[in-house]
Design a protein. Structure first.
Length: 413
């Protein structure tokens, strides 16, 4: 791709992100977070936001190398307190009606070897201090969107045989293809993409499954209970005020929030998990009564164990998502080492925070009521891929009847 062609594609991407992802309105504020690796793209987004009539754009940059220096040099108690000004910024932006846009470009290994206790402390402290911010997002009061930008360290993990420049360009191409910027009218393509989820969602919602049974040749044999008032979502989100947006771009999943207290059996990972810049590979978890009671990893055992120590909810499920084998991202054959992409390549589960909007009336419920209906609450939410080419998913109804949902890794019907 020539530089001019890439620049034109990036401008189209910035437009798509703000128009379809954030559904940015004239006069609205934009709160943009990005890494110092993506300064150019952040400038492009800022310019495009103003072109669309944004009232003001607040940009906050993070830097992974500086973050690593903090973790290496500061004592644990530093991470137990979240900076007040930072909480004030996050909370006031979300409460003030800004669209919250995050551009990620993380180096998958940025924080390898960092003390997991500090990362856990930081996640906990941020969750407490920024509660109004997270509540706005979880309860459909704020529009939010996570998208990716290519950066050299990440790109060279994905394409290790290429030099930094070539790898970054190739990663940009993969990102742009995954978000359909290579189509003539990306905004229209996303509107159509949203529609394409409706039939399957309607079918799943009409089945009222009581549980899902997953099996495959890796050894997965897991039954996950679903909530009575549960709803399957996918292909974008909508605020309580009815404004459509896409929390993640790309997105290929149909998902719900399972019963936090009902999961039995074993699940094996099918792809590596990168958690806060540390890899976990070839791992399994055993659930009893909805809780992880045992876990094993060939790589990153300490990272995996630390996930479940964040809080009570961290050892219970918050999401189960259906993504057929053969999805565009899986077909690209690229392992992105990034959940935003890899979760759209395979069926997955997540431990931690559940989704109130995956429960009928959930966005109007308080925390305790949500929990009583089976929606998990946690300071963390960690997706892990478990879908394979031979995954079978059976929906089990309350009367015990069994309906195939996935056969041979893809939709049975
Ligand atoms: Zn997901």
């Amino acid at each position: 791709m020539s530089d001019t062609k890439l620049n034109a594609a990036l401008a189209a991407y910035a437009h798509l992100v703000l128009k379809s992802g954030c559904n940015l309105q004239p006069g609205q504020e934009l709160f943009l977070s990005a890494s110092t690796d993506s300064v150019e793209f952040a400038r492009l987004l800022t310019a495009e936001a103003y072109a669309l009539g944004a009232r003001h754009v607040t940009v906050r940059f993070g830097d992974e190398k500086i973050a690593r220096l903090h973790y290496e040099n500061c004592a644990l108690d530093v991470f137990e307190t979240f900076p007040e000004w930072q909480a004030l910024l996050n909370n006031s932006m979300a409460l003030g009606g800004a669209a919250v846009l995050s551009v990620i470009s993380d180096d998958p290994k940025a924080l390898v070897g960092v003390d997991q206790a500090k990362l856990v402390a930081n996640a906990r402290a941020s969750h407490v201090a920024c509660k109004p911010f997270y509540d706005c997002l979880d309860q459909g009061k704020a529009v939010w969107c996570i998208v990716a930008a290519a950066a050299p360290a990440w790109a060279q993990q994905v394409f290790p045989s290429l030099d930094a420049r070539a790898a970054t360009e190739k990663l940009w191409q993969a990102i742009l293809a995954a978000v359909r910027v290579d189509t003539p009218d990306p905004v229209a393509a996303w509107a159509q993409h949203r529609e394409s989820f409706n039939e399957r969602k309607a079918w799943l919602n009409a089945q009222h499954f009581d549980s899902l049974h997953y099996t495959n040749s890796l050894g997965t044999d897991l039954t996950v209970g679903l909530n009575k008032l549960g709803i399957w979502q996918g292909g974008g989100d909508v605020t309580v005020e009815g404004r459509e947006f896409f929390p993640n771009m790309p997105t290929e999943e149909i998902f719900t929030t399972p019963d936090l207290s009902r999961a039995e059996g074993v699940v094996y990972s099918s792809m590596p998990l990168i958690h806060y810049g540390s890899p976990v590979e070839d791992f399994s978890m055993r659930f009893e009564g909805g809780k992880v009671v045992e876990c094993q990893a060939r790589v990153g055992q300490d990272v995996l164990e630390a996930i479940f120590t964040v809080d009570e909810g961290a050892a219970h499920l918050g999401e189960c998502a259906l993504v057929p084998w053969g999805s565009p991202i899986q077909k690209s054959g690229i392992l992105f080492y990034n959940t935003l992409f890899d979760e759209n390549a395979a069926c997955h589960l997540a431990v931690g925070q559940g989704f109130p909007d995956c429960l009928e009336g959930g966005q109007q419920m308080e925390e305790e009521e949500l929990k009583a209906h089976g929606v998990n609450k946690s300071a963390t939410h960690v997706d892990f891929m478990m879908g394979t080419e031979d995954l079978e998913v059976i929906g089990i109804k309350a009367d015990g009847s069994r309906v195939p949902i996935f056969r041979g890794g893809a939709w049975a019907t």
